[in-house]
Ligand binder design. Structure first.
Ligand code: PAN
Ligand code: ZN
Length: 186
């Protein structure tokens, strides 16, 4: 393993050099957004990529990092968001350092604590171990953030897909508002 300077484009999320990437489209979010009709209408109009994740991973290292670039947009009153997850390893945290755009990072514990952190350029959010996290683009431009965590952290998506998150971020009169999720199940 050798040290390396990796270039990150704060506006596009491009990582140079990178070792992997994936994109997520609206059709993969049928169990995530509440407004099924709005989601189906958007998918029929063209199944948009709502976010892209690019990583830099050195084989054998304990940590790795990358970017998430989230497009602006909404499904009904809900802004484009990530799936949201706990880490498979409950002793692994993460940081999210916002490069451009604006958003909200929703966090929650298994026993009912919730927090919201504003994502704006210069904010580095500390995500403690075993706090679920979901990012939401509440702005009108791409939201780009750098994440860094342990390679062995892993993802547990099932909990959030099946139960939802305790809080939702909705657009109301042009303003983003956090509200309790009426469909959240314990
Ligand atoms: C991030 C997220 C990324 C996409 O790299 O995986 O922002 O979000 P979802 O994985 O919830 O769709 C991270 O938190 N890794 O642990
Ligand atoms: Zn994570």
């Amino acid at each position: 393993m050798f040290p390396e300077g990796v270039t990150i484009n704060a506006l596009t999320g491009e990582v140079t050099p990178s070792t992997g990437e994936y994109t997520k489209r609206l059709s993969e979010f049928r169990r995530i957004y509440r407004d099924i009709k709005a989601l189906d209408d958007l998918i029929s109009a063209g199944d948009l990529v709502t976010y892209k994740v690019v990583e830099y991973r050195a084989e054998g290292s304990d940590i790795f990092f990358g970017t998430t670039t989230m497009m602006p947009g909404r499904v009904g009153a809900e802004y484009f968001m990530t799936r949201g997850h706990y880490h498979a390893r409950r002793d692994r945290g993460e940081i999210y350092y916002t490069q451009s755009g604006q958003g909200i990072l929703l966090l929650q514990t298994r026993d009912g604590e919730t927090r919201e952190i504003d994502m704006m350029p210069g904010t580095c959010a500390f995500i403690p171990p075993d706090w679920a996290h979901r990012s939401i683009n509440t702005g009108e431009t791409p939201l780009v953030f750098v994440w860094c965590c342990n390679q062995d952290a892993g993802h547990d998506y099932a909990e959030i897909v099946t139960k939802g998150m305790r809080m939702l971020v909705m657009e109301k009169d042009g303003v983003s508002t956090c509200v309790p999720n009426p469909n959240f199940t314990v």
